[in-house]
Ligand binder design. Structure first.
Ligand SMILES: [Zn+2]
Length: 289
């Protein structure tokens, strides 16, 4: 089942609330001071110069296609080996939990993983973030400052908050990349847009900022209401193929990723699969700014 088709079941009622109150945006403002000045402390002169240069470059640019797999988006590793990449998102807003048992399992089983985190989630979980960032088992990547769908025309999906224009796209990508770098000492290489939807122009913007947009090859379905561990496990095991990037979450301790992986991992290992982080199996030339 595709992310696009199945996510609607879950998100439409939940996100109509988000649209009314925009809790993610309100919550995200807290760490930066007064409402209305959400980004002020992050707008350094060098950042504003970079932003205006990229805005000018894309002034008359067409948005291109909008979707999960548009040009410039990665969904697989660059390998012919039987390696899979588990990627886990931490979104934000009301969804800023932490599945500690899942992370403990990955550590116990020595399963490398890539963690996409938003700025909102980091602010809610500062100590956990530091702990994850210093663990070489995990690669920390960028899920956006405020968990916005990135589109230069304001196009959204499933009612998730979207960027209103190219300036917002740059804020979403670059400000969270800087935040992660300041806190962890490592700048992210990859960006995953909220809901994994983006337009082609935003993928190009990410490239200019030195990041590659990542989508997925296998959707685990962990976010589907009442998705059982068995359903998630079967989604992963039956679709497993060389270099596949699997999308899951680690911000919902009440979901069933752990129980699913306890079954899926032995089955995948029996089939000869191993697990790797994105940065270890991706060839990517960074943008030039
Ligand atoms: Zn997300």
């Amino acid at each position: 089942m595709r992310y696009a088709a199945s996510i609607k079941l879950f998100l439409i009622p939940a996100l109509s609330i988000v649209l009314l109150a925009e809790p993610a945006l309100i919550e995200a403002k807290k760490p930066f001071g007064k409402p209305g000045n959400a980004f002020k402390s992050l707008y350094t002169p060098d950042y504003l110069e970079l932003k205006s240069r990229i805005v000018a470059r894309f002034k008359d640019h067409s948005p291109g296609r909008f979707g999960e797999f548009v040009r410039g988006t990665r969904k697989k590793l660059d390998t012919g080996k039987k390696v899979l990449a588990f990627t886990f998102d931490a979104c934000g807003g009301r969804h800023s939990g932490y599945n500690a048992k899942l992370i403990a399992y990955l550590r116990r089983e020595k399963i490398p993983a890539t963690l996409f985190v938003t700025g909102i989630w980091i602010d809610r979980n500062p100590e956990v973030f530091k702990d994850l960032a210093k663990d070489p088992l995990f690669e920390i990547e960028n899920h956006g400052l405020l968990h916005r769908v990135c589109s230069i025309t304001g196009q959204s999906k499933f009612g998730v908050m979207a960027t209103s224009g190219i300036g917002d796209v740059i804020d979403e990508m670059e400000l969270n990349a800087r935040k992660i770098e300041v806190l962890s000492g490592r700048r992210p290489m990859f960006f995953r847009s909220a809901a994994a939807y983006t337009d082609e122009a935003s993928a190009l913007v990410a490239h200019r900022l030195g990041m590659e947009v990542v989508s997925y090859d296998i959707v685990s379905g962990d976010y589907i209401p009442f998705a059982s561990a068995k359903y998630i496990k079967n989604s992963i095991v039956t679709q497993a193929r060389h270099g596949a990037i699997i999308i899951m979450h680690f911000n919902h301790p009440e979901w069933h990723e752990l129980e699913a992986l306890e079954k899926a991992v032995p089955a995948l290992r029996a089939k000869g699969f191993s697990f790797g982080r994105l940065e270890d199996f991706s060839f990517y030339t960074k943008g030039i700014g």
